[in-house]
Write a protein that binds this ligand. Structure first.
Ligand SMILES: N[C@H](CCC[C@H](N)C(=O)O)C(=O)O
Length: 282
């Protein structure tokens, strides 16, 4: 099985072409145990997420599916969407500069810009608890989550995937490794959550670390960057356009309250590889 290794600011992916290779319409493209082994950075290829592109089933150009390193299928991966747009163009699978993707969380528009960057419209933020999903009686600027011996004030938002975002003084010493897993699996998130730790530099710049659901802390999280910005805007702390500094580099996020959240950033190819068929079975 052929694959392409790519990354968006160090959030790295194994990309599978389900257009020119026949892959299952539903469920993981590989046995879950094989997928997890390939995600391992010593036993396999090593990746945060596996991205799969397949023929669209509706009026979009392509269908986009995402699997975390733990094998869980999810509905959104912002960095991955940029890499997929680059992959589709590089492979000659589309001549378009504007690509519409069908995802489990709805449609997303991608635009390849002349400066080699990709802009993704990830859609509007979903604040209603049921749309995150999150157990709460109503939406609010912040919620208090009790975990272990502590209470954490977080903002909660859905972007096709669930996010909770907390403010920290300095991302360098944020309790990502300890608090990230606690809030990821907090019982108020029935499908778990991605956990963002946001330092406000000024109204147009933040620093961010994300403990991702199903993958742990990654060097960048595109949907996490979008979530942090809209949560900061809702709390009156950020302007419409924000530069987000992540471990692997910067993203530009724009949201003015109408239309969708626009995320702009790079997409990088690393290498192509082949997994021999006998190694695809557990
Ligand atoms: N871990 C996320 C999926 C990948 C998101 C991230 N890599 C991005 O760039 O948005 C989740 O379980 O919802």
């Amino acid at each position: 099985m052929k694959f392409t290794k790519m990354h968006g600011l160090g959030n790295d992916f194994m990309v599978l072409d389900g257009i020119r290779q026949s892959l299952p319409e539903e469920g993981p493209p590989l046995p879950a145990e094989t997928l997890r082994r390939l995600a391992d950075r010593h036993l396999g290829v090593g990746f945060d997420q596996l991205l799969l592109v397949q023929p669209a089933r509706g009026d979009a150009d392509f269908r986009y599916r995402v699997f975390n390193a733990d094998g869980s299928e999810v509905s959104q991966c912002g960095n991955g969407a940029r890499c997929l747009a680059q992959f589709l163009r590089d492979e000659g699978l589309t001549p378009k500069h504007e690509i519409r993707l069908e995802t489990a969380g709805g449609q997303m528009m991608l635009r390849l810009t002349d400066d080699g960057l990709v802009t993704v419209n990830v859609g509007p933020p979903r604040w209603a608890p049921a749309d995150v999903p999150f157990h709460a009686s109503s939406e609010a600027d912040t919620h208090i989550l009790v975990a272990g011996q502590n209470a954490y004030e977080v903002s909660v938002v859905g972007l096709g995937n669930p996010h909770c975002v907390m403010l920290v003084e300095n991302v360098e010493n944020a309790p990502v490794a300890s608090v990230g897993p606690l809030l990821q699996s907090h019982p108020d998130f029935p499908e778990q959550a991605n956990v963002g730790f946001m330092q406000i530099v000024d109204r147009s710049r933040i620093r961010l670390r994300v403990f991702e659901r199903g993958s742990g802390e990654t060097r960048a999280c595109g949907s996490g960057a979008c979530a942090a910005v809209v949560c900061g805007q809702r709390r009156g702390l950020l302007d419409d356009t924000v530069t987000v500094e992540l471990g692997g580099g910067t993203l530009r996020i724009h949201y003015d309250g109408s239309g969708g959240i626009l995320m702009t950033g790079p997409a990088s190819r690393v290498y192509e590889g082949v997994i021999p068929e006998p190694l695809l079975t557990p």
